[in-house]
Design a protein around this ligand. Structure first.
Ligand SMILES: [Mn+2]
Length: 326
């Protein structure tokens, strides 16, 4: 079967493409890696060129681009395309209805990760897909129940090039979950991360809001990435919420608090325990931060976060769904 794969530009998107490829028995003609807020632009420029199957995976909907997405999908369907969309982010019912109405085959399931949705509905008997989805879900939806997840994510994120993710899709398609080259990459990444943790330790602030500890950090250069750093700092400080800003956007992480509410208040979204929004820091503060004067940016971000959190309050996230792979 000839098809295009349009997936999120991360581990889950990569795993989704691989699990789908195994389900249909062939690699995609082209893989497009993108972000939810860019999907409408990608679809607008997509030409079928004789390929009539399209799979979209691990991409949620942004309210402000939904109409454009519908318009482009309708165009592709009118040209003869068959579209399957697999996702696990939070969707409005009206979005699902609208997409189904125009003929999209939608598989939506918030109990698992993107690759988990495809495994569950397209190829539930494939043992390799189960292992890959288990590793992927472990980090993507914060189940942290499969050590292979932490390892594989470092491999995927080792190289930002699409060609690297493409290669991994091929490797997974061929039923290889781990190899010697991965071992070497992992070793190198871990030593860089250790250096990074030293930097992280110097660049955060710990607040207390309504009895909860909150960490605010300004994004550092290089590894560890936000998820690892947040785990590390939350564990060390006993904080319930981790917030990090890079000048353009802000990320929220927690193990117990519904931080998606904070992100939504800032016009963003995501998962209950891992969410984000755009947050443009004033240029001057960004500049000062860049030349090593860190406190103005950290102060500014802290103020924004304090207001948002005080407004929204702390809502415990109870519904920690998980699916068992074993
Ligand atoms: Mn995902």
């Amino acid at each position: 079967m000839e098809y295009y794969a349009i997936v999120h530009n991360d581990f889950d998107g990569t795993a989704s493409a691989a699990v789908y490829a195994r389900a249909v028995g062939s690699l995609p003609k082209t893989v497009f890696f993108t972000e939810p807020n860019k999907l409408h632009t990608l679809l607008r420029s997509l030409e079928l060129r004789g390929v009539y199957n399209i799979m979209i995976a691990d991409l949620g909907i942004n309210a402000n681009t939904f109409n454009d997405i519908v318009k482009e999908l309708r165009r592709l369907i009118n040209q003869g395309a068959k579209i399957e969309w697999f996702d696990h982010h939070v969707w409005k019912d009206e979005w699902k209805e609208e997409l189904k109405k125009i003929g999209v085959n939608l598989y939506h399931d918030t109990s698992t990760c993107g690759a988990g949705v495809i495994y569950k509905y397209k190829n539930p008997n494939d043992n390799f897909s189960r292992k890959l989805a288990s590793a992927d879900c472990s980090v993507d939806i914060w189940l942290h129940d499969d050590p292979m997840g932490e390892k594989l994510r470092r491999i995927v994120e080792n190289n930002k090039d699409y060609s690297w993710k493409n290669e991994l899709i091929k490797t997974f398609f061929n039923g290889i979950l781990w190899n010697d080259a991965f071992d070497k990459i992992l070793e190198e990444t871990m030593s860089k991360e250790l250096e990074g943790y030293k930097k992280v330790m110097k660049s955060y602030r710990l607040l207390e809001i309504n009895g909860y500890k909150v960490i605010i950090a300004v994004r550092w250069k290089g590894p560890p990435d936000i998820s690892y750093a947040s785990q590390f700092l939350m564990t060390r400080t006993g904080a319930s919420v981790f917030v990090s800003a890079n000048g353009k956007s802000i990320s929220f992480r927690s193990r117990e608090i519904d931080v998606r509410q904070f992100a939504v208040r800032l016009g963003g979204g995501g998962h209950p325990l891992a969410a984000g929004a755009q947050l443009k820091v004033p240029l001057l503060y960004k500049f000062l931060n860049k030349i090593g004067i860190k406190s103005p940016m950290l102060n500014w971000v802290t103020k924004v976060v304090q207001n948002v959190i005080t407004d929204v309050g702390f809502i415990k996230y109870q519904d920690k769904k998980s699916i068992s792979f074993y």
